[in-house]
Design a protein around this ligand. Sequence first.
Ligand SMILES: Cc1ncc(COP(=O)(O)O)c(C=O)c1O
Length: 431
Amino acid sequence: MKLDKTQELLKRDQAVVSPSYPRAAPFAMERGSGAEVWDVDGNRFIDFAAGIAVCTTGHSHPKVVAAIQDQAERFIHISSDYYHPVWVEISERLAGIAPFSEPAKVFLGNSGTEAVEAGIKLARVHSGRPLFIGFQGGFHGRTLGSLAFTSSKSVQRRGFGPPSIGVTHVPYPNAYRQVLQPTSDDYGETVVNYIEDHILKTVVPPEDCAAILVEPIQGEGGYIVPPPGFFPALRALCDRHGILLIVDEVQSGIGRTGKWWAIEHSNVEPDIVCFAKGVASGVPMGGIIARASVMDWPEGSHGNTYGGNPLACRAALATLDLVEDQFMVNARRMGEYAMDALEEIQSRHPAIGEIRGKGLMIGVELVDGDGAKRPAHDLRERLIREAFDRGLLLLGCGESSVRLAPALSIEEELLDEGLRIMEESISTVST
Ligand SMILES: Cc1ncc(COP(=O)(O)O)c(C=O)c1O
């Protein structure tokens, strides 16, 4: 593969761009369409990464582009000191798909971490309680509030301590890699029992606990799906102690799992939902949807300059239309198709330890193929590079997993092509 222009760009990048960004592969984008992308050297790639699960409707969907263009000609910005119709419209739409039956209110910002900051602040000011419970392996962002929860890699926290707020981390209910002694047949219930019987009794007095913040499917931590007993038991624990339940749907929301929100797979109603990434197909937007009875903070207590940015609102409205009309169903259908195909691939490759996910949020965990389930980190790194060399963009997650998070619009033919490259790459790197 020719990468001359890419190499040139990488040199310039190295000179002026912050070295803190974690890069997955030397892909320098020129353009994209749907689930395909091209680099500055003209090489084509199938995109299973979608800009970290952001490009819900594919790259530059014509309806999203038209909405942004139309809005740009009217006005680009007015600030949150005033009002405008598309801000109200997108808030109505988001409130209308809230995963709880109570009326909802919406706060808008620009990113996932801002969504989480808003959730944390709202929980504190509403409850009057200072402390939180989070999960090991969780990723919630990199600003100082959300970073107090983030624990998917130590490099994300090293040197940035001490944490700005009191968060006690408990194990995420990963049934494949259990760290707690079972107290129930359902490992999710085991984790909730641990919170009740140990954490609330020793470290976090329940009357001081504002909220539990949790990803309905753990994303950066490895695309881990909790067992069915987890969320019902967690909701019950929150209700017993007046603790708010905040779900971080930044990666799992907006139709990616085949429902608007991943929490809907468990029939549990949260109090606050954090969203971002997929909501505006790549135009920065993030925020929270909360029960109206919870979002009772006073005027001036929280805000920002760009919240309700008109370009983002229009991109989000076009995105929600497309997801509702076509792509949520497609995510469900293509997700099932991919899971079946991956299970077949797994039967030929002992290096695949587990396949898990919902809709188009799928994780493939690589292990040393001797039955001991040891995470195969280096193998995963080699797989990502091999797939890149063969024209497939794949992102890692957790210690030794790769994720499939393509555009929700991906069609069977491209999915097949990508899965074929993935299997060829696994064969190459595991021999
Ligand atoms: C679940 C979750 N929450 C929050 C974030 C932070 O989002 P952002 O990078 O937009 O700040 C991410 C980013 O990957 C995420 O996956």
